[in-house]
Ligand binder design. Structure first.
Ligand code: ASP
Length: 351
Protein backbone atom coordinates (compact mmCIF):
# COMPACT_ATOMS: atom_id res chain seq x y z
CA UNK A 1 0.00 0.00 0.00
CA UNK A 2 2.98 2.34 0.71
CA UNK A 3 4.08 1.92 -2.93
CA UNK A 4 0.55 2.61 -3.97
CA UNK A 5 0.31 5.98 -2.26
CA UNK A 6 3.78 6.87 -3.51
CA UNK A 7 2.81 6.33 -7.12
CA UNK A 8 -0.35 8.37 -6.66
CA UNK A 9 1.67 11.18 -5.03
CA UNK A 10 4.08 11.12 -7.99
CA UNK A 11 1.19 11.49 -10.40
CA UNK A 12 -0.16 14.32 -8.24
CA UNK A 13 3.20 16.13 -8.51
CA UNK A 14 3.16 15.72 -12.28
CA UNK A 15 -0.32 17.15 -12.31
CA UNK A 16 0.60 20.16 -10.19
CA UNK A 17 3.78 20.86 -12.15
CA UNK A 18 1.68 21.23 -15.29
CA UNK A 19 0.46 24.59 -13.93
CA UNK A 20 -3.00 26.11 -13.92
CA UNK A 21 -4.20 27.20 -17.33
CA UNK A 22 -7.16 29.36 -18.15
CA UNK A 23 -10.18 27.11 -18.28
CA UNK A 24 -13.82 27.76 -18.94
CA UNK A 25 -15.75 24.72 -17.69
CA UNK A 26 -16.54 24.23 -14.03
CA UNK A 27 -16.98 20.53 -13.42
CA UNK A 28 -18.34 18.95 -10.23
CA UNK A 29 -16.94 15.48 -9.62
CA UNK A 30 -19.21 13.23 -7.56
CA UNK A 31 -17.32 10.14 -6.39
CA UNK A 32 -19.02 6.90 -5.39
CA UNK A 33 -16.14 4.37 -5.28
CA UNK A 34 -15.60 1.39 -7.58
CA UNK A 35 -12.43 -0.06 -9.07
CA UNK A 36 -11.39 3.38 -10.31
CA UNK A 37 -10.87 4.18 -6.62
CA UNK A 38 -9.63 0.67 -5.82
CA UNK A 39 -6.26 -0.48 -4.44
CA UNK A 40 -4.32 -3.71 -4.67
CA UNK A 41 -2.09 -4.94 -1.89
CA UNK A 42 0.76 -4.70 -4.41
CA UNK A 43 0.80 -3.53 -8.06
CA UNK A 44 0.78 -6.52 -10.36
CA UNK A 45 -0.89 -8.73 -7.79
CA UNK A 46 -4.33 -10.20 -8.39
CA UNK A 47 -7.10 -9.02 -6.04
CA UNK A 48 -8.03 -5.52 -4.85
CA UNK A 49 -10.55 -3.54 -2.82
CA UNK A 50 -12.97 -1.14 -4.54
CA UNK A 51 -13.56 2.33 -3.08
CA UNK A 52 -10.21 2.80 -1.29
CA UNK A 53 -9.10 6.21 -2.60
CA UNK A 54 -11.15 9.38 -2.19
CA UNK A 55 -12.25 12.02 -4.64
CA UNK A 56 -9.20 14.27 -4.10
CA UNK A 57 -6.87 11.29 -4.73
CA UNK A 58 -8.67 10.64 -8.02
CA UNK A 59 -8.41 14.26 -9.16
CA UNK A 60 -4.74 14.51 -8.17
CA UNK A 61 -3.81 11.34 -10.03
CA UNK A 62 -4.68 12.69 -13.50
CA UNK A 63 -1.97 14.79 -15.17
CA UNK A 64 -3.24 18.01 -16.76
CA UNK A 65 -6.81 17.67 -15.56
CA UNK A 66 -6.60 21.27 -14.37
CA UNK A 67 -5.95 22.35 -17.96
CA UNK A 68 -9.25 20.89 -19.06
CA UNK A 69 -11.53 22.37 -16.41
CA UNK A 70 -11.88 23.69 -12.89
CA UNK A 71 -12.82 20.67 -10.82
CA UNK A 72 -14.55 20.57 -7.45
CA UNK A 73 -14.98 17.20 -5.77
CA UNK A 74 -17.59 15.65 -3.52
CA UNK A 75 -17.51 12.16 -2.01
CA UNK A 76 -21.08 10.83 -2.06
CA UNK A 77 -20.26 7.26 -0.95
CA UNK A 78 -17.19 5.04 -1.36
CA UNK A 79 -18.39 1.54 -2.22
CA UNK A 80 -18.03 -1.24 -4.76
CA UNK A 81 -20.99 -0.80 -7.10
CA UNK A 82 -22.15 -4.36 -6.37
CA UNK A 83 -23.40 -2.74 -3.13
CA UNK A 84 -25.39 -0.04 -4.93
CA UNK A 85 -28.95 0.24 -3.64
CA UNK A 86 -32.07 2.42 -3.80
CA UNK A 87 -30.96 4.55 -0.85
CA UNK A 88 -27.66 5.49 -2.50
CA UNK A 89 -29.46 6.10 -5.81
CA UNK A 90 -31.82 8.58 -4.15
CA UNK A 91 -28.92 10.34 -2.41
CA UNK A 92 -26.89 10.45 -5.63
CA UNK A 93 -29.87 11.77 -7.62
CA UNK A 94 -30.36 14.51 -5.07
CA UNK A 95 -26.65 15.52 -5.08
CA UNK A 96 -26.62 15.40 -8.90
CA UNK A 97 -29.72 17.57 -9.24
CA UNK A 98 -28.29 20.05 -6.72
CA UNK A 99 -25.05 20.27 -8.70
CA UNK A 100 -26.90 20.68 -11.99
CA UNK A 101 -29.06 23.45 -10.53
CA UNK A 102 -26.01 25.40 -9.37
CA UNK A 103 -25.03 28.37 -11.55
CA UNK A 104 -21.42 27.58 -10.62
CA UNK A 105 -21.47 24.16 -12.31
CA UNK A 106 -21.28 23.63 -16.09
CA UNK A 107 -21.19 19.84 -16.06
CA UNK A 108 -20.94 16.83 -13.74
CA UNK A 109 -18.68 13.77 -13.76
CA UNK A 110 -19.60 10.79 -11.58
CA UNK A 111 -17.06 8.08 -10.77
CA UNK A 112 -18.71 4.68 -10.21
CA UNK A 113 -17.93 0.97 -10.22
CA UNK A 114 -18.52 -0.75 -13.53
CA UNK A 115 -20.64 -3.65 -12.21
CA UNK A 116 -23.89 -1.69 -11.91
CA UNK A 117 -22.95 1.43 -13.89
CA UNK A 118 -25.50 0.50 -16.55
CA UNK A 119 -28.31 0.62 -14.01
CA UNK A 120 -27.25 3.73 -12.05
CA UNK A 121 -26.63 5.70 -15.24
CA UNK A 122 -30.05 4.82 -16.65
CA UNK A 123 -31.74 5.68 -13.35
CA UNK A 124 -30.01 9.08 -13.21
CA UNK A 125 -30.79 9.77 -16.87
CA UNK A 126 -34.49 9.49 -16.03
CA UNK A 127 -34.50 11.65 -12.89
CA UNK A 128 -31.85 14.34 -13.54
CA UNK A 129 -33.70 17.27 -15.10
CA UNK A 130 -31.10 19.35 -16.88
CA UNK A 131 -29.45 19.75 -20.26
CA UNK A 132 -26.01 20.18 -18.67
CA UNK A 133 -23.57 17.35 -19.46
CA UNK A 134 -23.41 14.43 -17.02
CA UNK A 135 -20.71 11.83 -17.64
CA UNK A 136 -20.26 8.67 -15.61
CA UNK A 137 -16.90 6.95 -15.59
CA UNK A 138 -15.21 3.93 -14.05
CA UNK A 139 -12.28 1.68 -14.74
CA UNK A 140 -11.63 -2.03 -15.05
CA UNK A 141 -8.22 -1.93 -13.38
CA UNK A 142 -7.64 -0.55 -9.90
CA UNK A 143 -5.87 2.80 -9.39
CA UNK A 144 -2.69 0.99 -8.31
CA UNK A 145 -2.52 -1.37 -11.29
CA UNK A 146 0.30 -1.45 -13.80
CA UNK A 147 -1.33 0.38 -16.71
CA UNK A 148 -4.37 1.53 -14.72
CA UNK A 149 -7.13 2.71 -17.06
CA UNK A 150 -8.83 5.05 -14.54
CA UNK A 151 -6.78 8.26 -15.04
CA UNK A 152 -7.19 8.18 -18.85
CA UNK A 153 -10.89 7.44 -18.53
CA UNK A 154 -11.34 10.28 -16.02
CA UNK A 155 -9.44 12.69 -18.28
CA UNK A 156 -11.75 11.80 -21.18
CA UNK A 157 -14.83 12.03 -18.95
CA UNK A 158 -13.92 15.56 -17.85
CA UNK A 159 -13.26 16.52 -21.48
CA UNK A 160 -16.66 15.10 -22.45
CA UNK A 161 -18.47 16.88 -19.60
CA UNK A 162 -16.76 20.13 -20.68
CA UNK A 163 -17.91 19.75 -24.26
CA UNK A 164 -20.87 21.75 -25.57
CA UNK A 165 -21.69 18.74 -27.77
CA UNK A 166 -22.62 16.75 -24.66
CA UNK A 167 -25.43 19.15 -23.73
CA UNK A 168 -28.89 17.63 -23.92
CA UNK A 169 -27.63 14.09 -24.55
CA UNK A 170 -28.59 12.93 -21.08
CA UNK A 171 -26.36 10.88 -18.83
CA UNK A 172 -23.36 9.46 -20.70
CA UNK A 173 -20.95 6.67 -19.80
CA UNK A 174 -17.27 7.01 -20.76
CA UNK A 175 -14.77 4.13 -20.69
CA UNK A 176 -11.93 2.97 -22.91
CA UNK A 177 -12.24 5.88 -25.38
CA UNK A 178 -15.96 5.26 -26.02
CA UNK A 179 -18.96 7.36 -25.00
CA UNK A 180 -22.30 5.60 -24.53
CA UNK A 181 -25.84 6.72 -23.81
CA UNK A 182 -26.94 5.52 -20.37
CA UNK A 183 -30.02 3.85 -21.84
CA UNK A 184 -28.06 1.68 -24.25
CA UNK A 185 -24.87 0.76 -22.43
CA UNK A 186 -24.18 -2.71 -21.03
CA UNK A 187 -21.20 -4.35 -19.36
CA UNK A 188 -20.28 -7.23 -21.65
CA UNK A 189 -17.01 -8.60 -20.28
CA UNK A 190 -16.08 -9.45 -16.70
CA UNK A 191 -12.51 -8.21 -16.83
CA UNK A 192 -11.52 -6.62 -20.15
CA UNK A 193 -11.06 -2.84 -20.42
CA UNK A 194 -13.23 -3.10 -23.55
CA UNK A 195 -16.30 -4.09 -21.59
CA UNK A 196 -18.97 -1.45 -22.28
CA UNK A 197 -21.04 -1.74 -25.39
CA UNK A 198 -24.29 -0.28 -26.69
CA UNK A 199 -25.18 -3.63 -28.15
CA UNK A 200 -28.15 -2.79 -30.35
CA UNK A 201 -27.02 0.65 -31.46
CA UNK A 202 -23.29 1.39 -31.14
CA UNK A 203 -21.68 4.16 -29.08
CA UNK A 204 -22.81 7.79 -28.85
CA UNK A 205 -19.31 8.90 -29.74
CA UNK A 206 -15.59 8.35 -29.38
CA UNK A 207 -13.07 10.29 -27.31
CA UNK A 208 -9.32 10.13 -27.57
CA UNK A 209 -7.05 12.19 -25.29
CA UNK A 210 -9.99 14.52 -24.77
CA UNK A 211 -10.92 14.95 -28.44
CA UNK A 212 -14.50 13.95 -29.18
CA UNK A 213 -16.41 12.70 -32.21
CA UNK A 214 -20.19 12.51 -31.74
CA UNK A 215 -22.35 10.02 -33.57
CA UNK A 216 -26.17 9.65 -33.55
CA UNK A 217 -28.34 11.65 -31.11
CA UNK A 218 -30.46 9.99 -28.40
CA UNK A 219 -34.03 9.47 -29.62
CA UNK A 220 -35.62 8.34 -26.34
CA UNK A 221 -37.00 10.45 -23.49
CA UNK A 222 -34.62 11.42 -20.70
CA UNK A 223 -33.52 14.44 -18.66
CA UNK A 224 -35.71 17.47 -19.28
CA UNK A 225 -38.22 15.37 -21.29
CA UNK A 226 -38.55 12.68 -18.60
CA UNK A 227 -41.79 12.47 -16.60
CA UNK A 228 -40.05 10.85 -13.65
CA UNK A 229 -38.86 12.55 -10.51
CA UNK A 230 -37.58 11.25 -7.19
CA UNK A 231 -37.86 14.59 -5.39
CA UNK A 232 -39.20 13.94 -1.91
CA UNK A 233 -39.09 10.13 -2.27
CA UNK A 234 -37.47 8.19 0.56
CA UNK A 235 -37.76 4.80 -1.11
CA UNK A 236 -38.51 3.16 -4.43
CA UNK A 237 -41.02 0.40 -5.20
CA UNK A 238 -39.58 -3.10 -4.92
CA UNK A 239 -39.01 -4.85 -8.25
CA UNK A 240 -37.28 -8.24 -8.49
CA UNK A 241 -35.66 -9.92 -11.49
CA UNK A 242 -36.23 -13.63 -12.10
CA UNK A 243 -34.03 -15.59 -14.49
CA UNK A 244 -35.74 -18.06 -16.83
CA UNK A 245 -34.28 -21.49 -17.62
CA UNK A 246 -35.46 -24.95 -18.70
CA UNK A 247 -37.78 -26.40 -16.05
CA UNK A 248 -38.40 -22.94 -14.48
CA UNK A 249 -40.91 -23.42 -11.68
CA UNK A 250 -43.27 -20.99 -9.96
CA UNK A 251 -41.60 -21.12 -6.52
CA UNK A 252 -39.41 -18.04 -6.90
CA UNK A 253 -42.30 -16.06 -8.43
CA UNK A 254 -44.43 -16.87 -5.39
CA UNK A 255 -41.59 -16.07 -2.98
CA UNK A 256 -40.91 -12.67 -4.57
CA UNK A 257 -44.57 -11.66 -4.48
CA UNK A 258 -45.03 -12.95 -0.92
CA UNK A 259 -42.00 -10.93 0.11
CA UNK A 260 -43.50 -7.69 -1.24
CA UNK A 261 -42.41 -7.29 -4.87
CA UNK A 262 -44.75 -4.86 -6.64
CA UNK A 263 -43.18 -5.61 -9.97
CA UNK A 264 -41.33 -8.52 -11.57
CA UNK A 265 -38.94 -8.52 -14.51
CA UNK A 266 -38.36 -11.85 -16.19
CA UNK A 267 -34.95 -12.36 -17.79
CA UNK A 268 -36.66 -14.65 -20.27
CA UNK A 269 -35.18 -17.17 -22.65
CA UNK A 270 -35.03 -15.94 -26.25
CA UNK A 271 -37.64 -13.29 -26.98
CA UNK A 272 -38.73 -13.03 -23.31
CA UNK A 273 -40.12 -16.55 -23.04
CA UNK A 274 -40.47 -18.90 -20.05
CA UNK A 275 -42.13 -22.21 -19.17
CA UNK A 276 -45.92 -22.42 -19.48
CA UNK A 277 -46.18 -22.95 -15.70
CA UNK A 278 -44.25 -19.74 -15.01
CA UNK A 279 -46.25 -17.83 -17.62
CA UNK A 280 -49.56 -18.97 -16.12
CA UNK A 281 -48.46 -17.91 -12.63
CA UNK A 282 -47.24 -14.53 -13.88
CA UNK A 283 -50.51 -13.91 -15.72
CA UNK A 284 -52.35 -14.59 -12.44
CA UNK A 285 -49.96 -12.22 -10.64
CA UNK A 286 -50.62 -9.55 -13.26
CA UNK A 287 -54.38 -9.92 -12.71
CA UNK A 288 -53.83 -9.38 -8.99
CA UNK A 289 -51.93 -6.10 -9.59
CA UNK A 290 -48.26 -7.13 -9.78
CA UNK A 291 -46.73 -5.57 -12.90
CA UNK A 292 -44.81 -8.15 -14.96
CA UNK A 293 -42.25 -7.17 -17.61
CA UNK A 294 -40.88 -9.71 -20.06
CA UNK A 295 -37.23 -8.98 -20.88
CA UNK A 296 -34.55 -11.33 -22.16
CA UNK A 297 -31.42 -13.01 -20.84
CA UNK A 298 -29.93 -13.06 -24.38
CA UNK A 299 -28.09 -9.72 -24.12
CA UNK A 300 -29.10 -8.13 -27.42
CA UNK A 301 -32.14 -7.73 -29.64
CA UNK A 302 -35.72 -6.69 -28.90
CA UNK A 303 -38.44 -8.37 -26.85
CA UNK A 304 -41.49 -7.87 -29.04
CA UNK A 305 -45.00 -7.44 -27.69
CA UNK A 306 -47.53 -10.16 -28.60
CA UNK A 307 -45.03 -12.33 -30.47
CA UNK A 308 -45.06 -15.83 -28.93
CA UNK A 309 -46.76 -14.54 -25.77
CA UNK A 310 -50.16 -12.80 -25.92
CA UNK A 311 -49.26 -9.81 -23.74
CA UNK A 312 -52.57 -8.06 -24.47
CA UNK A 313 -54.55 -11.01 -23.16
CA UNK A 314 -52.31 -11.78 -20.19
CA UNK A 315 -51.78 -8.16 -19.09
CA UNK A 316 -47.98 -8.25 -19.44
CA UNK A 317 -45.43 -5.66 -20.55
CA UNK A 318 -42.72 -6.28 -23.20
CA UNK A 319 -39.33 -4.68 -22.49
CA UNK A 320 -38.39 -3.84 -26.10
CA UNK A 321 -34.66 -3.09 -26.16
CA UNK A 322 -34.24 -2.82 -22.40
CA UNK A 323 -32.15 -5.46 -20.62
CA UNK A 324 -33.49 -7.01 -17.39
CA UNK A 325 -31.41 -4.59 -15.26
CA UNK A 326 -32.61 -1.51 -17.13
CA UNK A 327 -36.19 -2.83 -17.21
CA UNK A 328 -36.05 -3.07 -13.44
CA UNK A 329 -34.97 0.59 -13.18
CA UNK A 330 -37.74 1.81 -15.48
CA UNK A 331 -40.37 -0.34 -13.76
CA UNK A 332 -39.37 1.00 -10.33
CA UNK A 333 -39.87 4.56 -11.59
CA UNK A 334 -43.03 3.68 -13.54
CA UNK A 335 -44.57 2.21 -10.37
CA UNK A 336 -44.17 5.60 -8.67
CA UNK A 337 -46.77 6.81 -11.20
CA UNK A 338 -49.13 3.97 -12.10
CA UNK A 339 -49.83 0.23 -11.84
CA UNK A 340 -51.59 0.09 -15.20
CA UNK A 341 -49.63 -2.29 -17.49
CA UNK A 342 -50.84 -0.47 -20.63
CA UNK A 343 -49.53 2.87 -19.34
CA UNK A 344 -46.31 1.16 -18.28
CA UNK A 345 -45.96 -0.38 -21.77
CA UNK A 346 -46.05 3.18 -23.13
CA UNK A 347 -43.18 4.08 -20.82
CA UNK A 348 -41.22 1.11 -22.15
CA UNK A 349 -41.91 2.26 -25.71
CA UNK A 350 -40.89 5.87 -25.09
CA UNK A 351 -37.94 5.72 -22.68
N1 ASP B 1 -16.78 -4.48 -8.48
C1 ASP B 1 -16.32 -3.24 -9.01
C2 ASP B 1 -17.44 -2.22 -8.85
O1 ASP B 1 -18.40 -2.30 -9.57
C3 ASP B 1 -15.93 -3.40 -10.42
C4 ASP B 1 -15.48 -2.15 -11.14
O2 ASP B 1 -15.62 -1.03 -10.69
O3 ASP B 1 -14.93 -2.28 -12.26
O4 ASP B 1 -17.36 -1.39 -8.00
Amino acid sequence: MRMTMKSLALLACLSLSSGVAAQSSRIRLLATGGTIAGAQAKPGEYGYKSGTFNVQDLISAVPDLDKLAMISGEQVVNIGSQDMNDEVWLKLASRLNAALASPDVDGVVITHGTDTLEETSYFLSLVAHSDKPVVMVGSMRPATAISADGPGNLYNAVATASSSGARGRGVLVELNDEIHYARNVQKTNTSSVQTFSSVNRGPAGLVNTGKIRWFQPMDKRHGTTSDFSVDGLTKLPRVDILYAYPNMSVDLIDAAIKDGAQGLVIAGVGDGNMTQAALDRLAAAAKSGVVVVRSSRVGSGIVYRNNEVDDDKLGLVASGELSPGKSRVLLQLALTKTKDPRAIQTYFDEY
